[in-house]
Design a protein around this ligand. Structure first.
Ligand SMILES: [Zn+2]
Ligand SMILES: [Zn+2]
Length: 304
């Protein structure tokens, strides 16, 4: 299961109802944060994720509402005793920003902050997932991020394992993880006891963007697309001029990409209490749409 926490869902300036953009994915104890608008640290800490978890932060672009929160978060995590390194990925300029603040607002933290400036393509890969950066279409370079799990091992068949003479216990769990084991001098391969590999989850986060083809292609068949939906379509011209999307345009991207769930995000302060208008507009294009409030959590379960 992957949990998506919507820490901040607003655009440009915070309101009582919505903080600045910040999303956290929690997966097997690891935290993946996407954007960190100013003030995100407060609700991040209130969620009680723990400050010493394995954690990576991905910044989409160098606009204040998406990046300034990182500076305070780095310091607070130091004060609260973080020991593990913190990996931060983002566009050019991110390293200079963080280094300048570390120099001019002196503060000692014991843990290491590792900054990775990204280009299009794979920015981070583990045994279990890949994160790619895609250049979207904003007024300055904005990287959308595509999180995709690698296929998971297939379903374990205990009867096959027993028939091959593998006793229940630690050998079973090694086979389940896809490792071969040796029983009475014979190598048992995981394929002999597992079904076909199972699809992992795919989640895409646009950051600030106009609708664009690169994002449609990158979001193909995603489980969740979290897309800029700053304005309603009656303000389409203004949205496009400022490098943003409307609810309808976001839904058109999601529909073309055959996305399972569209999350409308980066909501202008002018729609406080009128979020249903955004959802209604997007639902004229595709059915499965939500507009989360700050603090809302979404649980993504595997199909099988
Ligand atoms: Zn923004
Ligand atoms: Zn922006």
């Amino acid at each position: 299961m992957i949990e998506i926490f919507f820490i901040g869902t607003g655009a440009s300036v915070p309101t009582k109802e919505r903080g600045l953009p910040c999303i956290v994915l929690r997966r097997k104890g690891e935290l993946l944060m996407f954007d960190c608008g100013e003030g995100s640290q407060r609700s991040f800490l209130l969620h009680g994720f723990g400050v010493n978890r394995p954690m990576k932060i991905f910044i989409t672009h160098m606009h204040g509402d998406h990046v300034l929160g990182v500076l305070g978060l780095i310091q607070s995590m130091g004060l609260l005793g973080r020991k593990r390194p913190l990996e931060i990925y983002g566009p050019r300029g991110l390293e200079e920003l963080i280094e300048t603040v570390e120099r001019t607002v002196p503060f000692h933290h014991e843990y290491e902050v590792r900054i990775h400036e990204v280009k299009e393509g794979v920015v981070c890969e583990t045994d279990e997932y890949v994160i790619k950066a895609i250049l979207a279409d904003h007024v300055i370079p904005n990287y959308a991020y595509v999180f995709e799990e690698k296929p998971r091992p297939g379903r374990f068949h205990p009867e096959r394992a027993l028939a091959l003479g593998v006793p229940q216990g630690p050998l079973w769990s090694r086979l389940q993880k896809g490792e071969p084991v040796v029983v009475k001098g014979r190598v048992i391969r995981p394929e002999e006891v597992l079904g076909p590999p199972r699809k992992g989850l795919k989640i895409v986060y646009s950051g600030d963007t106009r609708p664009c083809r690169a994002l449609v292609e990158a979001s193909m068949n995603a489980d969740v697309l979290i897309h800029d939906s700053t304005l309603l379509d009656n303000l389409r011209e203004k949205a496009l001029e400022d490098g943003h999307s409307t609810a309808r345009l976001a839904a058109e991207v999601a529909k073309k990409a055959r996305v399972r769930l569209l999350v409308l995000f980066h909501i202008s302060a002018r729609y406080v209490g009128m979020e249903h208008l955004l959802v209604n507009e997007a639902r004229q294009v595709m059915e499965n749409v939500i507009v989360p409030i700050d603090g809302q959590k979404l649980e993504l379960k595997y199909e099988s």
